[in-house]
Design a protein. Structure first.
Length: 238
């Protein structure tokens, strides 16, 4: 399938881009945060999960730890190697050359999103559920609204970010393969969801941590898209 080059006739109107990609995700994020934190549903959901597991987190469960956590890291590493290989190949292979700008975009925004999540984790001081007194640990409850303590914490969700950063594939596909953009989006959302749920079963995160991580990854990908393809975003109208 030949790629659509930036500047093709099929473009997203600026109004559609602002509404569907900038405004609506922000509204959904705010609604989710209000529901989870404002109504204390975050804690209630974690309480229910902890009780369902019999009052002991599945930190070392073969599925959640071995497959989803360790296996997920391996999968993300392989995907990054493939991305870097394709990027390097675009300088020597004529078939990959038309995708070079998009591959640079992917590499850049993925690294930026991962770095931002890890910087926030390094200063948030928000404990994992498994560390909290409420769930058998030794640390008091603390969330992002309590303010950062500038100590390493479990907020945002680091492992889930390894999946959610791939929502950038959606914007890559908008430029080169617009008919496949929703399949590309499903890759990032699906990986992040599986990684996030696995960590919640292990007691590593609240659901809201994953929502924050997805939001960070989405907006880093969006702003990177606007930076790389400003003036000629190629995609059919939404």
């Amino acid at each position: 399938m030949a790629p659509l080059t930036p500047g093709s006739a099929e473009t997203v109107a600026g109004r559609d881009l602002r509404y569907w990609h900038l405004l609506m995700p922000g509204v959904l994020f705010a609604a989710a945060v209000l529901f989870l934190n404002g109504l204390h549903m975050d804690m209630r959901l974690t309480d229910a999960l902890f009780l369902w597991e019999g009052g002991a987190w599945m930190r070392h469960h073969w599925l959640f730890d071995g497959v989803i956590h360790s296996g997920g890291r391996l999968l993300v590493g392989i995907m990054m190697i493939v991305l870097i290989g394709a990027l390097v190949g675009s300088f020597v292979n004529s078939n990959l050359r038309p995708y070079r700008k998009g591959l640079i975009y992917l590499f850049t925004v993925i690294l930026c999103a991962l770095a931002l999540v890890n910087i926030l984790k390094a200063i948030s001081g928000v404990p994992c559920p498994w560390s909290m007194v409420r769930y058998g640990g030794s640390e008091p409850f603390r969330d992002v609204w309590s303010g950062f303590s500038f100590e390493r914490g479990c907020f945002p969700a680091g492992h889930a970010s390894g999946g959610y950063v791939w929502v950038a594939l959606y914007f890559f596909a908008m430029v080169y393969f617009p008919r496949m953009r929703y399949w590309a989006l499903a890759v990032g959302l699906g990986m992040g969801l599986v990684f996030g749920v696995g960590q919640q079963f292990r007691g590593a995160h609240f659901l809201s941590h994953d929502i924050w991580t997805l939001t960070i990854c989405w907006y880093v990908s969006l702003f990177g898209y606007l930076r790389f393809f400003r003036g000629n975003p190629s995609s059919p109208p939404l």
